[in-house]
Design a protein around this ligand. Structure first.
Ligand SMILES: [Zn+2]
Length: 531
C-alpha cells in the first residue's frame, strides 16, 4: 500500500496540514457502533414511560420533578457518567394540582372536561355558582359589570367555531418543506386569524384580575385560544388545526412570586363544553356549575435552604482536549396538564440515550461531552439562562467568563417526538461545511437538510445569546402542534418510538463528531450590547 504510506509520511512530516488544511477523517467505526447501540439496544421508551407515566407532569418546583430528578440522576450514575450533579436557581413558588372536578348541574348534568390553569388559586372547597358571560375588552368595560359578578363564575370569551378536522394534522416534512427550510429567505407570515381581542398586555390582565377579585368572582372558565396554531420560532410557518374533541391546551394562570395564589381560580374547558354553556345562556336559561379546585403552592426555598428549581448535569470526560466542552441538552420540566411525554420526555430520554450509547460503545471523546437537563424552560428558559450566565457569560453586558473560550457547541432537542431531518444553522454560515460532512452519512436516516435560519423558543437560545454556537434540529413535528404541545393529551401514546431512536443516534453522532474534531466549532461574531 505504497501510496497510503506516502501520504501518511507526508501528513506527519507536515503535521500542521492535518489541523489547518486537511479535513480530519470522521471516526466511522464509532459512528457505526453508535447506530447499532442506539437502534438495537435502545432504552428510550422505558425512560419516557418512567418520566411521563410515573413522574409526569414534571412542573418546576414540585415534588414530582424532584422524584424524576432522583430517578434520572440514579440512571446517569448507573451508566458510569462522571460529575453527575444538580445546579439550583431561583424560580419562585412551585404549583401542583391536588384535586379538580367540574360539573354543569343545571339545566342538565354534564361532567365538564377541563383543566385548571397552572398557578391557579384553589376554590373554597366544592362550590356551586351561576355562570355568566362577560365581554370585557378594555378597562372602561369594568363599569358595565361592577356590582353584578359577586358569587358568579365568569365566561370571558364568545363561542368558538369548531370545524370538522381536515388538512394535515400530522406534520412529516415534505421535500418541498425541506427545500424551503434550506433557504435563508424569511418566509411570508402565515395567514393566521387575527386575535379576537387585545388582552395580551400584562397590565390589562393584572387590572382584570384585580377587578374580578374586588367583585367576588368565584372562578373564570375559558375555552383556550383559537383552533389554528402556527408554529412560532420553528423556522417554518407551520399552521395546524387543533384537534379539540376533549384535547385542551392549558396555559398559565397566576404569578409565582409573593402574590402567588392571589388570583381568581381559572380553568380551561374543552371548547365544546364551553360553547354549550354559552349557547344555553344565550337562550336566557340559567347555567349552574359545581366546581372544586385544590392546588398546592410550594415554597421556593425548603427548610435547609435548598432552592426548588434545578438543572441536572452529567459528563463523559474528554481525553487530550478535556478542558473543552461539547454540550447536549433538553428541558426536563413540563407544563402541567398532560404528562410531558412529547414536551419534553422525548428530548430528555433521547439525550440520556446519547450519553448511555456513548458509554456503551466505549467512545473516548477528545473533548468533554456534557449533558444538561434544564428546569424552568416553560417559564422562559430560566434554567439554561441561569447556567449560561453562571458559566459562560452575561448576555446583558457580554462580560464573558473563561469557560466561554473552551466551549465548542450546544445541541438541543425540544420539538416533540418526530425524527430529525436536518439542523438549523442559526445563521452561523461558517459551520455549514462542517455539518454538511456530518450529515452526509446520515441521509439514510432522513437527515438531509441544513437550514440557515435562526430559530428560537427553546434552550439553545441561551447559548446563542452570548455568542456560543447553540443549535436546534429540524424536526418532523408530527402531532406536536395539533394535539400535544402543552395539552392534556401530551401523553405516552403520542410518542413515536422509531423517531425517538433516530433522534438519539443523530445527536450522539453530532456530539461525538464535535468532540473529536481538531478545532472548536466555528462561531458567529459576538452579539453587540445595545444600551
Ligand atoms: Zn418544550
Amino acid at each position: 500500500m505504497p501510496s497510503l504510506f506516502i501520504s501518511f509520511i507526508s501528513l506527519s512530516m507536515f503535521g500542521f496540514l492535518a489541523t489547518s488544511a486537511v479535513a480530519q477523517p470522521l471516526d466511522h467505526a464509532t459512528m457505526a457502533a453508535i447506530r447499532n447501540e442506539g437502534l438495537r439496544g435502545s432504552q428510550a421508551m422505558d425512560h419516557i414511560s418512567w418520566l411521563s407515566d410515573v413522574y409526569g407532569p414534571r412542573v418546576t418546583g414540585t415534588p414530582a420533578i424532584e422524584q424524576a430528578r432522583v430517578w434520572t440522576m440514579d440512571k446517569l450514575r448507573e451508566w458510569g457518567l462522571s460529575n453527575v450533579h444538580e445546579e439550583r436557581f431561583p424560580f419562585g413558588h412551585g404549583w401542583s394540582l391536588q384535586r379538580f372536578h367540574a360539573h354543569m348541574v343545571e339545566p342538565q348534568v354534564m361532567p365538564i372536561i377541563g383543566y385548571p390553569k397552572s398557578w391557579s388559586s384553589s376554590t373554597d372547597g366544592t362550590v356551586a355558582a351561576n355562570v355568566t358571560r362577560v365581554e370585557i375588552q378594555t378597562a372602561a368595560d369594568f363599569e358595565k359589570y361592577r356590582g353584578t359578578l359577586n358569587g358568579k363564575i365568569v365566561l370571558p370569551q364568545p363561542v368558538r367555531e369548531v370545524r370538522m378536522l381536515d388538512g394535515d394534522l400530522v406534520l412529516r416534512m415534505t421535500d418541498a418543506q425541506l427545500t424551503e427550510a434550506s433557504r435563508i429567505q424569511v418566509p411570508p407570515a402565515a395567514p393566521g386569524r387575527p386575535r379576537e381581542q387585545d388582552r395580551s398586555s400584562p397590565s390589562f390582565n393584572d387590572r382584570l384580575q384585580e377587578f374580578y377579585l374586588e367583585e367576588g368572582v368565584i372562578a373564570v372558565l375559558d375555552r383556550g385560544s383559537d383552533s389554528f396554531m402556527v408554529g412560532v420560532g420553528s423556522g417554518l410557518p407551520y399552521q395546524t388545526q387543533r384537534t379539540d374533541g376533549g384535547t385542551i391546551f392549558v396555559g398559565h394562570g397566576g404569578p409565582r412570586n409573593e402574590n402567588a395564589g392571589n388570583v381568581v381560580p381559572s380553568v380551561t374547558l374543552a371548547v365544546e363544553h364551553y360553547n354549550r354553556m354559552v349557547r344555553i345562556l344565550d337562550k336566557k336559561v340559567p347555567v349552574l356549575v359545581e366546581l372544586n379546585i385544590e392546588a398546592t403552592f410550594h415554597d421556593e426555598v425548603d427548610a435547609i435552604g435548598k432552592l426548588n428549581a434545578f438543572n441536572i448535569l452529567a459528563e463523559i470526560p474528554g481525553t487530550d482536549l478535556a478542558d473543552e466542552v461539547v454540550m447536549i441538552g433538553a428541558h426536563f420540566d413540563t407544563t402541567h396538564a398532560g404528562t410531558g411525554a412529547t414536551d419534553n420526555a422525548t428530548g430528555v430520554a433521547a439525550m440520556m440515550e446519547v450519553m448511555r450509547i456513548l458509554k456503551m460503545v466505549g467512545a473516548n471523546p477528545r473533548r468533554t461531552i456534557r449533558l444538561a437537563l434544564w428546569g424552568g424552560e416553560e417559564q422562559g428558559l430560566l434554567g439554561s439562562r441561569d447556567y449560561v450566565k453562571r458559566h459562560f457569560g452575561d448576555p446583558q453586558t457580554m462580560r464573558l467568563l473563561p469557560a466561554h473560550e473552551k466551549f465548542s457547541g450546544y445541541f438541543n432537542i425540544d420539538n416533540g417526538s418526530g425524527r430529525l431531518r436536518g439542523i438549523w444553522l442559526q445563521e452561523n454560515f461558517a459551520i455549514a461545511p462542517v455539518f454538511e460532512e456530518w450529515i452526509a452519512s446520515l441521509h439514510d436516516l432522513g437527515v438531509t437538510t441544513l437550514g440557515p435560519r435562526s430559530v428560537s423558543g427553546t434552550d439553545h437560545v441561551s447559548f446563542d445569546a452570548v455568542g456560543l454556537p447553540g443549535f436546534q434540529f429540524i424536526q418532523d413535528r408530527l402531532e406536536y402542534n395539533a394535539r400535544t404541545h402543552h395539552s392534556n393529551m401530551d401523553v405516552f401514546e403520542r410518542v413515536q418510538r422509531d423517531d425517538v431512536l433516530q433522534i438519539a443516534v443523530v445527536v450522539a453522532i453530532f456530539a461525538y463528531n464535535a468532540a473529536m474534531r481538531d478545532e472548536l466549532l466555528p462561531r458567529r461574531v459576538l452579539p453587540r450590547v445595545d444600551r
